[in-house]
Design a protein around this ligand. Sequence first.
Ligand code: IMP
Ligand code: MG
Length: 224
Amino acid sequence: MPHGDTGWSPFRVPLVPVPRGPGACSLGPIIVHEDLDRVLFSESEIRAGIDRVAAQVTALYRGSDFTVVSVLKGSCIFCADLIRRIPIPLQLAFVAASSYGHGTTSGRLEVNYLPTGGEIEGRRLLLVDDILDSGQTMHRLKQELLERGARDVHTCVFLDKPARRAIEFEADFCVLHVPDLFVVGYGLDYAGMYRNLPIVGVLKPEIYARGAKAAAPEGTTPSP
Ligand code: IMP
Ligand code: MG
């Protein structure tokens, strides 16, 4: 089995019919993984939200140089789609942050890779992450970038889960709001998996229970 005892394999079972308009998707029928309990956001909803945020970002930065800083790994899918809808010049950089927690809660944050000084100093930065949960990751990364000389730092998240906020922090741009649920897909993982699902969904309760029982080592559930 390719992934230990999880039996994971993408795109196996067509479970949930996802509404779609003309040209919404070129990949054929929507197929979602059998581990999903339900779909929260379809591809067309995600696309519409990203188009809206891309227009807002474009309006903010039109006429000025800026760099999009993607927080690895979770924001890679969102960021790739977002920047292709921003029709003005930009640069791209990456930062890696790991939230070492257990199961579906985030814990201690470790920043293990930052852009070089030249990529930060005097630059306008748009920090992009997959989800704003407790708020610790975005708060800490924004501070780090400002301390290293960024001219200004705006923040953009794919999802916002306001019910879980542990500190006062709001993103400047947000695509979609989610209730207090642990979600996967479109870059978001559980135990490192499900990032490649094209939709956002909630796993079946038994999948989370299985993960907890496996007593994963620190940092593996969820991963950055
Ligand atoms: P923070 O609690 O706002 O610092 O978020 C820390 C990190 O936890 C996020 O960047 C995500 O990688 C992860 N995370 C938080 N909530 C979820 C979720 O519902 N699904 C998957 N990952 C999550
Ligand atoms: Mg993340």
